[in-house]
Design a protein around this ligand. Sequence first.
Ligand SMILES: Nc1ncnc2c1ncn2[C@@H]1O[C@H](COP(=O)(O)OP(=O)(O)OP(=O)(O)O)[C@@H](O)[C@H]1O
Length: 316
Amino acid sequence: MIHCEGLVKIYKTDDIEVVALQGLNMTVEQGEMMAIIGNSGSGKSTLLNILGGLDRPSAGQAVVGPWNLLKMSKEHLIEYKRKTVGFIWQNNARNLVPYLTATQNVELPMLIMGKADRVYAKQLLAAVGLEHRMGSRLTQLSGGEQQRVAIAIALSNRPSLILADEPTGSVDSSTGEQILDIFRRLNREMGVTIVIVTHDLSVADKVDRVVAIRDGLTSTEWVKRDMDTALANLEDDEESTATAAAPGSRFGARHEEFVVIDRAGRLQIPKTYLDEMNVAGKAVLEFDGKRVIISPPEDSTDSASPIDGGRSKEPD
Ligand SMILES: Nc1ncnc2c1ncn2[C@@H]1O[C@H](COP(=O)(O)OP(=O)(O)OP(=O)(O)O)[C@@H](O)[C@H]1O
């Protein structure tokens, strides 16, 4: 569904250039529900805005279904935004008209496309659990209810892709959980692909895969294990939660962690590892037939240990 390769986005303001995406690679399968996490400024929103057709990439490849986002004409971009993709923001005021009812709000994007389908608008509101609030004006709804209307609006033109930027960011944790459960149901029942950008690590439990972005590049990926494996690992999970500082244990035994290696063989080493190894700028790379071992250069301080956990450089 989504294929990004070597994706670059440079923002130019006066004489300053900010490289927000530095050659990012990412693939999302049709029908997948996945999350993108990363620190503030890592490039998450930039990526989502490009995938949503709200911003143009500077270079690289960004393909969504049959659409090439780098080469698309203005007319095609408008069609793409209307038909293929639905957007949900943290601040849903951007999608909603306060003096209209929930149903009228969902009908609005349909009207812009030509004709409102009231039956479908009501089906969507029922799908997000708002059958009893269809006639309420937006001002009469809670934040969580408004967010559910925003989800129904995003689905109104039957998009194949939903992009959600911090969709649980401004609601309490139980409402956030409800919203993610709605996403999961819509993903299963309607087959819509869902990409969620978030700071909220608890979202990981609700998605198939989590991709971490660091400095404008995908760095690490966690793939949900199948249920049997997850249950079998529940005990380990408790242990790994206790050592949550290590990146590999962040999502416990429910997810398997992979480092992302691009076509050119580049990968990102977590800063904590580099600091601990005392590696900066350059390192020694060895291949022992099974593992690649990265160590500090000979002349750097003694305290450093190699990246494979110290096995190849144990003190005698
Ligand atoms: N319109 C813009 N003009 C100039 N620089 C920008 C613009 N938008 C984003 N940036 C810069 O690009 C980088 C990535 O920003 P982005 O908003 O994608 O990060 P983010 O991971 O979504 O952060 P947050 O979690 O805080 O929303 C940052 O350094 C940011 O300052």
